[in-house]
Design a protein around this ligand. Structure first.
Ligand code: SF4
Length: 409
C-alpha cells in the first residue's frame, strides 16, 4: 500500500463548471430490491420538499456566486413522478441560481408509467434534454419479480413516445443477475433493447442489499442466492452483444453510441467537482466532501425555514442545524488519490498520467510502482502511453484492482 502523506493536494476548483445533482426522494411504490433514499406514500411532502430544494439551490447559488454548471442530473427516486409543473419550476430556479453552460446536459430519470404526451412536452419545454429510463428487463415475469409497475410493452411504448416527442438522447437502465434469470433471457432483453436504438445503456448487476424485502426473501429461501459466475457470463454476453449492435463500452457498466457518453457521470468518474442538492445528496466541492441530511421531512423543515447565508466557508454556512449539510468529510490527499484511482479506473480510457501529475504534483508510477507492477503481472491492467487502465480480464475483477489503490497516510 503506498504512503500518500506528502502528496501535494490541488482539489479541483469549479471554474470549469460543476455537475449539479438533484435528489428526488419519491417513488410511486418501493421496489423490493431498492435501498436508495426514496419513499412511497409520502406524496403530501412533495410541495414542502420542492420549496426546500429551491431554497437550497438559491442558497448555494448566492454563496458560490452563481457557479458555472455543465450538467444537471435529476435522480432519485423517481423525478418523473413529480408533477411536471414542479420540474419546470425547479429548472427555472436552477437557471436563476447558476450559470448554465450551453449546451448543458440535463438528464432526468424516468419511469415508463410517467410518460404522457403532456408530461413529455413540459419536460422538453423545461429544458430536459436527456432521459434515463428505468426499464430493468424486457421479461414480464422478471419485471413482476422486481416489483416494477410496467410491462415490457409499456416500456417500449414510453421510450418511443419520448422519441416522437423530441428527446434525442435517451438511456436505458437494465439489471442482470436476477433470481431465475437465464443467460438466454438476458440476451433476449439485450436484443430488444438494441432494437429500440437507445443512445446509451447502463447495466447493473443485482446486489442484494441488507434490510430490503428482497434480502429477507433470499435469506428465507424464497429466492436463490445470486450466482456470481452466472452474472459474469451475463456481463460477457452484454459486452459481445452490445459491441455487435454498435455500442461502445466506455465504463465498467456503461455503453454509448458515439458522442452520447453521460457527461454528468463522467464528472464523477473523473473525480471532478459536483454539488448534490436534496435529501441525502452528496457533494465534492471547494475541496470538501459532504452529504445532506437524509430524511425528506427533516430536510424540508430545516431548509424550508429561513437559514442565514453568511460566512466565509460556504459548506460551514450550509451546515445543519441551520442548513441541509449534515456530514462533512475531511478530504486528505490520500482520499483524493484513492477516489481518483477508484473512479478513473472504471473508465475504459483509465487514469491519465498527465492529469494525475497535474492534480497531485507527482507521477502515477511514482505513487503506485509496486501496485502497477503487480497488477500488470496479473494481467488485470494495461499501461498505454497516456494512461493506466483495466484489461479485459480486469474489468471482470474490478474490485480487486481498485483495492490496490486504496492509500494510507
Ligand atoms: S423506482 Fe427506482 S428508486 Fe424507486 S424504488 Fe424502484 S428502484 Fe428504487
Amino acid at each position: 500500500m503506498p504512503n500518500l502523506a506528502n502528496i501535494e493536494h490541488n482539489p479541483p476548483t469549479f471554474d470549469n463548471g460543476i455537475g449539479l445533482y438533484l435528489h428526488v426522494p419519491f417513488c410511486q411504490t418501493k421496489c423490493p430490491y431498492c435501498d436508495f433514499n426514496t419513499y412511497s406514500g409520502i406524496e403530501d411532502q412533495i410541495p414542502g420538499y420542492v420549496r426546500a430544494l429551491e431554497a437550497e439551490m438559491r442558497g448555494w447559488g448566492s454563496l458560490l456566486n452563481r457557479p458555472p454548471v455543465r450538467t444537471i442530473f435529476l435522480g432519485g427516486g423517481t423525478p418523473s413522478y413529480l408533477p411536471a409543473e414542479y420540474i419546470r419550476d425547479i429548472l427555472a430556479v436552477i437557471k436563476e441560481s447558476f450559470k448554465l453552460e450551453r449546451p448543458a446536459e440535463i438528464t432526468m430519470e424516468c419511469n415508463p408509467g410517467d410518460v404522457t404526451p403532456e408530461n413529455a412536452a413540459m419536460w422538453l419545454a423545461a429544458g430536459i434534454n436527456r432521459i434515463s429510463m428505468g426499464v430493468q428487463s424486457f421479461d414480464d415475469g422478471l419485471l413482476a419479480l422486481l416489483g416494477r409497475r410496467h410491462t415490457a410493452l409499456e416500456a417500449k411504448q414510453a421510450f418511443n413516445a419520448l422519441r416522437e416527442a423530441g428527446f434525442q438522447n435517451q438511456s436505458i437502465d437494465l439489471i442482470y443477475g436476477l433470481p431465475y434469470q437465464s443467460v438466454e433471457q438476458w440476451s433476449d432483453t439485450l436484443k430488444q433493447t438494441a432494437e429500440l436504438e437507445p443512445d446509451h445503456i447502463s447495466l447493473y448487476g443485482l446486489q442484494i442489499e441488507q434490510g430490503t424485502p428482497l434480502a429477507v426473501d433470499v435469506e428465507a429461501g424464497k429466492y436463490p442466492v445470486p450466482d456470481d459466475d452466472l452474472a459474469a457470463d451475463m456481463y460477457e454476453e452484454a459486452q459481445r452483444k452490445l459491441a455487435v449492435s454498435g455500442f461502445e463500452q466506455y465504463e465498467i457498466s456503461n455503453w454509448a453510441k458515439e458522442g452520447f457518453e453521460s457527461r454528468h457521470n463522467l464528472i464523477y468518474w473523473m473525480n471532478e467537482p459536483y454539488l448534490g442538492v436534496g435529501p441525502g445528496a452528496h457533494s465534492w466541492l471547494v475541496g470538501q466532501r459532504f452529504a445532506n441530511l437524509k430524511s425528506p421531512r427533516r430536510y424540508a423543515t430545516v431548509v424550508g425555514s429561513n437559514y442565514e447565508l453568511v460566512g466565509a466557508d460556504p459548506v460551514a454556512t450550509m451546515h445543519a442545524p441551520a442548513g441541509p449539510v449534515e456530514q462533512v468529510d475531511i478530504t486528505t490527499p490520500a482520499v483524493d488519490i484513492t477516489e481518483t484511482m477508484m473512479m478513473g479506473m472504471r473508465l475504459n480510457k483509465g487514469v491519465s498520467y498527465k492529469r494525475f501529475v497535474k492534480r497531485f504534483g507527482v507521477g502515477l508510477d511514482i505513487v503506485f510502482p509496486k501496485e502497477i507492477s503487480r497488477l500488470l503481472d496479473l494481467e488485470l491492467i494495461e499501461v498505454t502511453d497516456d494512461a493506466v487502465r483495466l484489461s479485459e480480464r480486469g474489468r471482470l475483477l474490478g474490485n480487486e484492482v481498485f483495492a490496490e489503490f486504496i492509500g494510507e497516510e
